[in-house]
Write a protein that binds this ligand. Structure first.
Ligand SMILES: NC(=O)c1ccc[n+]([C@@H]2O[C@H](COP(=O)([O-])OP(=O)(O)OC[C@H]3O[C@@H](n4cnc5c(N)ncnc54)[C@H](OP(=O)(O)O)[C@@H]3O)[C@@H](O)[C@H]2O)c1
Length: 346
């Protein structure tokens, strides 16, 4: 049987994305072959393509952090899974393909009847949002929080989960995203035309309890300024280093620790700043490695919330595997509302 798979052959812009045709992979012992129904597209995929994400694989590689699909073939010794059963996983790369072999330890059962695109949005984006809210910031009802990029993939997930937690949410976004942020229960702040720190003080009087900052760079100091005393910045990305979907510092090589090292330097400098304001990093992949039980628990709980209709992922676009390059271009151009999802098998 043949399949198509997306390959990044060298680091660089969206033009390095190609599609190949090949035989479907055979699962090794302990692996399950999954027929991919939906693969998420996210900024971490773009950063890896540029060669700068901490999880950047060596080229050539297949991008794609997360998938939802059906069990297609069982490798030797696999138990507890049946052919045709719907599963989800976050192998970090490899999901932009029609068939993917995944270790059975990484698979989570998906409740029947869910839309695959909505379910895949839950994996990377909602786990990130949930863990930052409840495990990093330990939110309590009535608190006030600010999320940057609130109309994007992680941002829109965060707004929905914050509403369930009884948190008052403020969200930076561009003009196009304001309506979505408001609809999801947040108070939009136009980051291109307003000073978000001034806006936070105008709206809250005293600052917020936490800021979720995937922008990085000097934006972290401004996020810190928006905190009340005792507040916390959760830092989880470095979008400030990008323009039009490319790294300003230049991609073209593999630099998986450069940006994280700089983020660490901000955290160290924060210790010497006045005021009781903390800065903590968040990384879904490290939490998954160190606390796999949390990852599994949080994913199952979030899929259950999806099943109950308590969360509703915002799907910006459903594209084919052949449109993977276009998906990356769209994320680079900006203005994407919610999550872009690839549907490898139609
Ligand atoms: N640490 C982790 O475990 C983890 C996990 C997942 C994602 N992430 C990070 O999370 C961030 C978001 O990822 P995503 O996939 O959700 O991306 P996305 O869907 O493209 O969303 C990013 C959003 O940020 C907005 N934005 C860009 N520059 C901004 C600025 N200066 N101020 C405020 N908002 C700004 C964009 O708005 P416009 O396009 O309208 O300008 C866009 O809505 C990225 O930094 C990613 O690397 C980290």
């Amino acid at each position: 049987m043949r399949q198509i798979r997306v390959v990044v052959a060298r680091y660089g812009g969206p033009e390095v994305i190609t599609v190949i045709e090949e035989d479907v992979p055979t699962p090794k012992a302990g692996e399950v072959r999954v027929k991919v129904l939906a693969a998420g597209v996210s900024l971490p995929d773009v950063l890896a393509r540029e060669g700068v994400h901490p999880e950047t694989p060596r080229v050539p590689y297949t991008p794609g952090w997360d998938l939802v699909g059906t069990v297609d073939q069982l490798g030797e010794g696999v138990t507890g899974f049946e052919l045709g059963q719907t599963v989800a996983a976050m192998p970090i790369h490899g999901c932009y393909a029609q068939y993917v072999c995944v270790s059975q330890r990484k698979l989570v059962r998906v409740p029947a009847g869910l839309d695959a695109a909505e379910a895949v949005a839950v994996v990377l984006n909602y786990i990130t949002a949930y863990q930052m809210l409840h495990r990093s910031a330990k939110v309590r009802p009535g608190q006030r929080m600010l999320i940057h990029g609130a109309s994007g993939g992680v941002g829109s997930a965060m707004l929905q989960l914050a509403k369930l937690a009884g948190v008052e949410m403020y969200g930076t976004c561009s003009v196009q995203g304001a309506a979505v942020v408001r609809e999801l229960g947040g108070i939009p702040i136009d980051y291109k035309n307003a000073d978000f720190v001034k806006e936070i003080y105008r709206l809250t009087g005293a600052g917020v309890d936490a800021v979720f900052d995937g922008i990085g760079g000097d934006n972290l100091w401004r996020s810190r300024d928006a905190l009340r005393d005792g507040g916390r910045v959760v830092t989880y990305g470095f979008q400030a280093k990008m323009r039009g979907g490319r790294m300003v510092s230049g991609g073209g090589g593999r630099h998986p620790i450069r940006e994280s090292a700089e983020l660490g330097w901000f955290i160290i400098r924060n210790w010497f700043k006045s005021g009781r304001k903390s800065m903590v990093p968040y990384s879904i992949q490290w939490l998954m490695r160190f606390k796999p039980a949390w990852f599994r628990h949080d994913l199952l709980m979030l899929l259950d919330l999806l099943k109950q209709g308590k969360i509703k992922p915002l799907i910006a676009q459903r594209l084919t595997l052949q449109q993977a390059r276009r998906a990356h271009e769209m994320l680079g151009e900006g203005g994407v509302l919610g999550k872009i999802v690839l549907l490898p098998n139609g």
